[in-house]
Design a protein around this ligand. Structure first.
Ligand SMILES: [Zn+2]
Length: 332
């Protein structure tokens, strides 16, 4: 009997302990749950914050891209920038063409009508994977080809005088132009072209003069004295169609004045950065005193409009056959 009581008490004690342990666990669990909830809710907030952060980052990326586009490193002016053949751009340019055609007659002295290929290059220095930078040997191969095939270089002044004042030009004329004013135009292109008896035109961005990798004042003077034309490609290389009328005028006038002061020569030709222009751009060019505007549109230049002269794009590894095709066929 005594034994039975002891066993009963022992079992009761075991049960009590068990019950207490279980109860304790559940109260711990309950005490934990707010923490878990808080944690989850905190996680939720964190998720929200990270979404917000992500959005901010995205916005920063977008503005960074915009900033990069705006302050685009001219050295790596991308293919996309130079191949402004997007539909919208064509539409903008086309509008200018339509408007311009209404103005024909102003320059319609049109005494010469021989179509002329205006080649356009950028850098004459090798860089892997960059078609805007043509290796000097490839450039020399093209100059050799021109010489072998009887081409004579003429300047943009000659071209203008041929179209509008009836100036006689050689049977196989070619105009050689370079955009952006890279220093390798002086270091590489200039001596090679001179070797084959050719002269070129360099469109410089005046704020980049004396900058690293760009033409220096004394180099520009030396080229100018050798009969090369140094012309304007704006002051800062902006997208002209997105500027206010005042900014547009400044880009056109300041670059012209800077070059004229340096070279002591009239600056009369202009190249539209990225090939982008519209009717207002063309009118502003005319107003600033330019006589000629060159585009990046494919084809040979004709006398229809001196502000919409087409050019022949030259790129790295184009090959001599393609080069020849472009300079022998006005409708290549
Ligand atoms: Zn350019």
């Amino acid at each position: 009997m005594e034994q039975g009581k002891r066993v009963f008490c022992f079992l009761s004690l075991i049960f009590l302990i068990f019950a207490l342990v279980l109860g304790g666990c559940s109260s711990i669990r309950e005490a934990e749950s707010p923490t878990v909830w808080q944690q989850e809710s905190h996680n939720f907030e964190t998720d929200n914050q990270s979404v917000e952060k992500q959005q901010t980052e995205n916005q920063q990326t977008v503005s960074q891209v915009r900033e990069n586009q705006e302050t685009k490193n001219p050295e790596v002016e991308s293919r996309e920038a130079e191949r402004q053949d997007t539909e919208s751009q064509e539409a903008v340019n086309q509008e200018a063409v339509n408007q311009e055609s209404k103005n024909q007659g102003r320059e319609s002295k049109e005494t010469g009508n021989q179509r002329i290929p205006i080649l356009y290059y950028h850098s004459i220095a090798y860089e892997e994977g960059n078609e805007l930078r043509i290796p000097p040997e490839e450039f020399e191969g093209q100059m050799q080809l021109l010489r072998r095939n009887g081409y004579e270089s003429i300047t943009l002044n000659d071209l203008y005088e041929h179209f509008y004042q009836g100036k006689e030009i050689p049977d196989k004329p070619i105009v050689i132009t370079f955009d952006d004013g890279y220093e390798d135009n002086y270091l590489n292109a200039f001596p090679i072209a001179q070797k084959y008896g050719y002269k070129g035109t360099v469109f410089v961005v005046t704020d980049w003069i004396d900058g690293k990798g760009y033409l220096k004042r004394e180099q520009l003077l030396e080229m100018s004295e050798a009969g090369w034309q140094i012309e304007s490609h704006t002051r800062t290389h902006p997208y002209l169609t997105s500027l206010s009328p005042e900014m547009l005028e400044e880009e056109l006038l300041v670059s012209k004045q800077v070059l004229e002061a340096l070279l002591q020569e009239p600056v009369t030709a202009f190249a539209y950065p990225y090939g982008v222009y519209d009717y207002a751009t063309v009118e502003a060019c005319r107003g600033a005193g330019y006589l000629i505007g060159v585009t990046t549109e494919r084809g040979w230049a004709g006398p229809e409009n001196p502000f919409l002269l087409q050019r022949v794009y030259c790129y790295a590894q184009m090959g001599q056959d393609e080069f020849l095709r472009r300079i022998e066929n006005p409708n290549y």
